[in-house]
Write a protein that binds this ligand. Structure first.
Ligand code: ATP
Ligand code: MG
Ligand code: MG
Ligand code: MG
Length: 436
């Protein structure tokens, strides 16, 4: 992509409305534009990152055996009356009436909707286990939408729902998602730690929030220092026993957010206990028959008896992650994208656009990289060198390649690694080898 043909409305000044670094950088890098409170348009650069994250989340869900569907954003209120949540949900739910005076709502989550799909079609335990997920916009009329897309009102979530014959099966489904989340966050280039979360009236210990550590996080978290050193599981598949032992390993260390932390009950030595702030980027939850019972989702079991299915739900805040990753990965000059989610792989800077030799060298290098499958943003504009460098640092592509009059003469390109800041002068061929 040539920058001259791209839409990148960057800002030089810090926008006043932004209180935290990710919001500031997303506005400055021209990634998003506010439409109304907590509701945003995604501009080309932001949209690319959002889609990259979404795709990694999708791949890991598919690998874990979950099946992608797409449920609507607008749901009938009657379904929520069946579960009793239409009245319980309160003001966070956006309620809408259609022209025939039917009560509708913009889904804040999809337990009822997916349970309705399940009960219409699945009648036998032989069709279990089943895990259905979608990646869809949600609406929650948050009291205080803030921090840009981190606490939006409209936001993109991946939500998966598992159906099993009994608790034992549901626990395997839960562990399977737990491990899929560890893999997902590792691929996204962030350290996310699982914390035990409140299970409320459901009880049990099958609820975890996944938290990215960042100073601007909304919750305070307490965890054993060794938790950060654990190895992420990499195998494609695990047996139920292996899943259990991975979950046991990761949940064997103390980790709790402020709402669950109990200084008295915490037996971690003070020197081993770390206190930081964190951002909730995922949440998994086993809730048994909470929805399947009132909605009548049951199957014939092996003994011929009807059994109400046991369910869990598994959310990832896809749009929140865009901000979460920036909070965890930036410096004073801008964003530092992990390679897996970066909007482009390489930023190519032409130091003297309009100079025939520079233009030719850049066009050729750009063509070679592009042909090799590298996603390049080529700054072919006539801006000043300093401005070009600053812009590339701001948008945080993993690599920058700079070609100017001096380099053209000697056949070299300067390659900079955004994360380390390390620069090297390489021949065009060696630069290609490094970047492809
Ligand atoms: P929070 O505690 O931040 O309000 P939540 O516990 O209400 O989040 P869940 O119902 O667990 O959220 O939803 C699953 C995931 O969706 C969350 O882990 C989070 O990543 C994301 N999410 C929830 N609310 C928002 C929001 N207002 N804006 C962006 N992402 C959100
Ligand atoms: Mg909430
Ligand atoms: Mg929460
Ligand atoms: Mg939650």
């Amino acid at each position: 992509m040539r920058l001259s043909q791209f839409f990148l409305p960057t800002l030089k000044e810090d926008p006043k409305e932004a209180q935290i670094v990710s919001h500031r950088l997303m506005l400055r890098a021209g990634m998003i534009q506010q439409s109304s409170a907590g509701i945003y348009s995604w501009l080309p650069l932001g949209h690319r990152v959002l889609k990259n994250i979404e795709n990694i989340v999708r791949e890991e869900q598919n690998r874990a055996g979950a099946l992608e569907i797409l449920m609507p954003t607008l749901q009938p209120a009657d379904l929520w009356r069946e579960s009793g949540r239409y009245d319980d949900y309160g003001k966070e739910m956006l309620r809408i009436t259609d022209r025939h005076d039917r009560d509708m709502l913009y889904g804040p989550t999809n337990e009822e909707q997916v349970t309705d799909i399940f009960r219409s079609h699945v009648k036998s335990y032989k069709n279990l286990p089943l895990n259905l997920y979608h990646i869809q916009w949600k609406f929650r009329d948050e009291v205080r939408p803030r921090f840009g897309i981190m606490r939006g009102r409209e936001f993109l979530m991946k939500d998966a729902y598992s159906f099993d014959l009994d608790y034992e099966g549901a626990k395997i489904a839960y562990n399977n998602m737990f491990v899929a989340y560890l893999k997902t966050f590792a691929r996204l280039g962030v350290k996310a730690i699982p914390l035990r979360a409140d299970t409320g009236p459901i009880g049990g210990d099958l609820s975890h929030e996944f938290i990215v550590l960042a100073d601007t996080g909304e919750s305070e978290v307490f965890y054993h220092k060794d938790l950060l050193g654990l190895e992420t599981p990499t195998q494609a598949e695990y047996s139920p026993e292996q899943l259990q032992s991975i979950v046991d390993e990761w949940t064997g260390y103390y980790a709790a957010a402020d709402d669950m932390h109990d200084a008295e009950a915490c037996d971690v030595a003070e020197s081993d206990l770390i206190t930081r702030r964190g951002i909730e980027v995922g949440h998994i939850f086993h809730f048994g028959d909470k929805y399947s019972k009132p909605l009548g989702a049951s199957v014939a079991g092996p003994d011929g008896k009807e059994a109400v299915v046991s369910m869990g739900s598994y959310g990832i805040g896809v749009s929140r992650l865009v901000g979460g990753i920036i909070e965890a990965s930036h410096d004073e000059n801008g964003i530092i994208w992990p390679a897996s989610v970066a909007p482009f792989d390489v930023g190519l800077i032409n130091l003297k656009s309009g100079d025939e030799a520079c233009d030719t060298a850049c066009t050729e290098f750009y063509g070679k990289l592009t042909n090799a499958g590298v996603d390049v943003l080529y700054d072919d504009t006539s801006g000043r060198a300093g401005e070009k460098f600053a812009k590339m640092d701001l948008i945080g592509l993993p690599w920058q390649a700079t070609i100017g009059p001096r380099g053209v003469k000697s056949g070299v390109v300067e390659v900079k690694n955004r994360a380390s800041g390390e620069k090297q002068e390489l021949s065009l061929d060696d630069a290609l080898k490094l970047l492809v």
